[in-house]
Every structure is written in C-alpha cells, then in structure tokens.
Design a protein around this ligand. Structure first.
Ligand code: ADP
Ligand code: ASP
Ligand code: MG
Length: 417
C-alpha cells in the first residue's frame, strides 16, 4: 500500500483535478490512499467565514457564497454532465454549515474554527472522488474524521495514536484506492478537530504509519525540496536525497515545503517520503529516507518572517541568571509564544518569537514589570543550514539591519529588522 498526498496548489482549479487523475493513470496507481487538501486557498476563505462569525455576522453569507460559487464553478468546468448526486452532496455540506452557524452555542473560537474550516477538505475530496469514479477509476471516499482521532485542542490537536491506528486499520481497505481528507480529525466526542495549518502532509504520514505503507509521495508545485524557498531565494538547487534527520531539521527551522510533524512517524517506520512535482510526475524529485544526510551537500536557506525579537535586561544591571531565564520561559509558554531563537549575555536575554496566538501585548506587559524591555516587531529570521562564507555574504544582500547573529557548527542565524 502507498500513500499519495495532493496539496491545495495541486487542486486549485479543474485543471488540477484533471491532472491528479492523469498522474494516477500514468503511474498505474492501485492500492493507494490519496490524501487531499482543500482546493487552492479555500482554507483561507473559510477563515474569513470564521472571522465574520465572530465579528461581522452580516457578512457571513457573502463569504460562504464565494466558496460555494467557486466549487460549483469548478465542477461545471470539470464535468460534462454534473450528476445530481454530486450536487446534492456538496449542497449538504453547505446546508450543514449554515445549520451549525445558526444553532451553535459554543463560542470558543478554536472550536468554531475547526467546525467551519474543515469543510474545505470535505468539499475537495467529494469532488475528486466523484471525478475519478466518473472517469472509470474505482475508488472509495473516506471521512478521515472516523480514523484520525485526536484530543480536543482545537486548531492544533494532538493525535491519539492508539485509537487512530486501530481505526485506520479497520476502515481503510488496503486493496483498493481510497480518497480521503488531510488536515481534519475528530475528538473523543466526535467534534471535528484540525491538525494545524498545512497539516495535510502530517495526515498522510499518520495514515502511512498506521498502514505500514511502502512510501508516501507528496505532490507539490516545486520539483522537490530545494535548498531554499523559490518565492524568496534565487538560483536554487534540487536536493535529490536527504535523510529524515536533515528534513526534520529543515522543517524545524521553517522550510515550509514539508509540515514539521510529517517526518517523525515516517522515520520511526523507515517509510520513504518522496516530494515530487505534480507538473512533472515522472521526474525523480526529492527522496527523504534513511542514510545519506544531504545530496548535493549545499547550504540551505530558510526565512521566517513576521517574527518578534524581545530584548530584556535587568533594571538594575544585575545579571540575568537561571532563575530569570526560567521565569521568562514559563511566561513565554503561558502566553503561547513559539520560541525560535535565544541568546543571552551577562545582563541581557534576547528571544525571537512567533506571536502565533496574538498574545504578545499581554506578555510584554508582564515582562515590563520586571525587565527593561525592547521590542522589535516584524523582524525576519534567516537561517542557513550547512552555511559557508559565501552563503552568509548572500544574506547580507537581503534588506534589513542585522540586530542579532548566532552560529553553531551547522547553523547560522541572523535576525534582521
Ligand atoms: P501544498 O500545500 O500545495 O502541499 P505548500 O504550498 O505547502 O504546498 O508547499 C509548496 C511550497 O513550499 C512551494 O510552492 C514553495 O514556495 C514552498 N517552499 C518553501 N521552502 C521550500 C523548499 N526548501 N523547497 C521547495 N519549496 C519550498
Ligand atoms: N487546507 C489546510 C491548509 O490550507 C491543510 C493543508 O493544506 O495542508 O492549511
Ligand atoms: Mg499547503
């Protein structure tokens, strides 16, 4: 059994769905679980619905209608004759969404978010399942919420591995083609949960782990894993082969081509991961597996933008000692800051964080009581893995003033404001 994962970019329009079908045919795919994301930017569109739910209820039907129109337009382009069954399945999703919106009493933002945003994956997989079937490719549609069991930490839920493994092995037929959703799961009360933005790669890895799959292939709009993000860096090189360890490190520092949680389950069972181009399916792409660390061995560039650098020093010039650091860390944890980089000296402590949950002001007001605090908003954190002199020089050409620099044996990092 194999696992394929098609991301939002690969199915952003009807051409994408046709291309997905062509890849399946070309590779003579059988016994495969196909994990699919929401189409194009649908998840962002559903986030607007969530925001309207909390802030501007009058606008909500406008945003839902946009999504509905987009999907119905797509199926018009995709099918010569749209069968009524497909229309009614899609219609049911919108009917249930509206039902939820008018009857929900739980105003927890993250809970509401998951109930609404998860519809993107349901819509895309219903369309793809039907399109494959209409074109003679026998496949079944699976609601991945039956299989992916999580806790109730909405928007970033944690997997219940034991339950999930059991469910996957009960519900996935290993001898046929199944189409299912990435990103979504359910908690013990069967409320819909999600695994965090871009979580579909992780879903593919979870299924692969439970099924003891032979491999996972994720189909992207790039030739594979490059030594930098092509939206930011130039003259990049394709990494033909990287180890799990290397891929985990790259993902950890922010290489957004693979979701960071994807690698561990695959590594544990030594399931190879292929990252390939959906535009060029016969090209090799990148293979992530056991063995050789990185080939070719080149510096890898990663940018995390929109970070915040906090510089703290004691008000009376006393040393920053373990006790202070421990207190600072517990505050960072309390206010849900993701720590990207730390640096300390005798009287100061700097930390670069990602204000993912928007609680920076709360944190700062507490820190200010005790420390002299300098806040640099909207800074960029560059990382080079396997750096050399030339690669550092290259970063100097990027805009911004260097405000913090740090290097270890393999990693060079610089914060620019
Ligand atoms: P999808 O959600 O469709 O699966 P993503 O948008 O999450 O795909 O990932 C593909 C994108 O990742 C590429 O378009 C590219 O801009 C970006 N990216 C970031 N870092 C890298 C990298 N090192 N190599 C290749 N692509 C990268
Ligand atoms: N659709 C979700 C997102 O856009 C999950 C994914 O695509 O991986 O974040
Ligand atoms: Mg994505």
């Amino acid at each position: 059994m194999k696992v394929f994962k098609f991301g939002g970019a690969s199915v952003k329009d009807h051409h994408g769905v046709i291309n997905l079908f062509k890849i399946i045919k070309l590779l003579k795919v059988e016994n495969t679980l196909i994990v699919v994301s929401a189409m194009g930017k649908t998840t962002n569109a559903f986030e607007k619905v969530v925001n309207a739910y909390f802030n501007d209820l009058d606008q909500i039907s406008f945003f839902i209608d946009e999504i509905k129109k987009m999907h119905f337009k797509l199926i018009e382009n995709l099918f010569k004759d749209i069968d009524e069954e497909l229309k009614s399945k899609l219609g049911k999703i919108f009917y249930e969404l509206n039902n939820f919106i008018s009857s929900n009493k739980n105003m927890n933002y993250s809970y509401v978010y998951d109930q609404i945003v998860s519809n993107g994956e349901l819509l895309s997989t219903i369309i793809i399942h039907n399109y494959l079937k209409n074109n003679g490719l026998k496949n079944s549609w699976l609601d991945s919420r039956i299989c992916i069991k999580t806790d109730s930490y909405f928007r970033d839920s944690n997997l219940d591995w034991t339950e999930t493994e059991k469910k996957i092995n009960t519900h996935v037929d290993k001898n046929s083609i199944t189409v299912t959703q990435g990103f979504i799961g359910s908690d013990s009360k069967n409320n819909t949960t999600t695994l965090g933005r871009e979580g579909s790669d992780y879903s593919a890895a979870i299924f692969a782990y439970a099924l003891n799959a032979k491999s996972v292939t994720i189909w992207k709009d790039v030739p594979g894993v490059l030594n930098g993000d092509p939206r930011i860096f130039r003259d990049l090189i394709l990494l033909n082969k990287i180890s799990y360890r290397e891929a985990i490190e790259l993902a950890f520092y922010g290489a957004s081509v693979i979701h960071p949680k994807t690698l561990q389950p695959l590594q544990r069972k030594e399931i190879p991961l292929f990252v390939k181009s959906f535009e060029d399916p016969l090209k090799e792409g990148t293979s992530v597996s056991k063995g050789i660390s990185i080939n070719p061995n080149v510096p890898c560039y990663i940018l995390k933008s929109n970070q915040v650098l906090l510089k703290m020093s004691s008000k009376d010039f006393s040393f920053i000692v373990e006790e202070n650091i421990s207190e600072i860390f517990s505050l960072l944890h309390k206010y849900q800051m993701k720590v990207e980089l730390i640096q300390n000296s005798a009287i100061s402590f700097s930390v670069c964080v990602n204000n993912k949950y928007g609680r920076l002001e709360e944190l700062n007001s507490v820190l200010k009581l005790k420390y002299k605090l300098k806040v640099y908003n909207n800074v960029e954190l560059y990382t080079i893995r396997h750096f050399n002199k030339e690669s550092i020089k290259l970063l100097n050409n990027f805009k911004g003033k260097k405000i913090l620099e740090q290097r270890t044996e393999k990693i060079y990092q610089v914060v620019k404001a």
